[in-house]
Design a protein around this ligand. Structure first.
Ligand SMILES: NC(=O)c1ccc[n+]([C@@H]2O[C@H](COP(=O)([O-])OP(=O)(O)OC[C@H]3O[C@@H](n4cnc5c(N)ncnc54)[C@H](OP(=O)(O)O)[C@@H]3O)[C@@H](O)[C@H]2O)c1
Length: 98
């Protein structure tokens, strides 16, 4: 069984990918960043995605996938940042425009 993990380079995503691999899942780890690739556990298949939004192309990422864990989110915000929900720099969590 193959699972796609969005936000796979993040705090939760990295731990989840490692756990899923240990449990025998095939893991496809989605990231926007080429530099994040080195942070994934051995055995994870990496797929590059654009920022998650209404026009994100998931066609490559979803091929052969039977489950999705959607963790991509803008979670960590600098102290003093504007956290109002209408601030476009602070969208709801997780990124929910899919
Ligand atoms: N950490 C906690 O204690 C905790 C507790 C409860 C719930 N959660 C939830 O768990 C989820 C993940 O949290 P986390 O702590 O792992 O966050 P994190 O470390 O900030 O990781 C989030 C990942 O999402 C990706 N991302 C951010 N914005 C994106 C965008 N616009 N499009 C696509 N990808 C984007 C980033 O990966 P790339 O830069 O590689 O694309 C980033 O590594 C969130 O929904 C959070 O609310 C976390």
């Amino acid at each position: 069984m193959k699972v796609l993990v969005t936000g796979a380079s993040g705090f939760i995503g990295r731990a989840l990918c490692k756990h899923l691999l240990q449990q025998g899942w095939s893991v496809r780890a989605a990231t926007r960043s080429s530099s994040a690739v080195t942070t994934f556990p051995p055995g994870a298949e990496v797929v590059r995605i654009a920022a998650v939004g209404g026009t994100t192309d998931w066609s490559e990422a979803l091929v052969g996938v039977e489950a999705v864990v959607h963790l991509a989110a803008r979670v960590h915000v600098r102290p003093g940042a504007d956290r109002r929900p209408d601030n476009p720099r602070f969208p709801k969590h997780p990124v929910n425009r899919t």
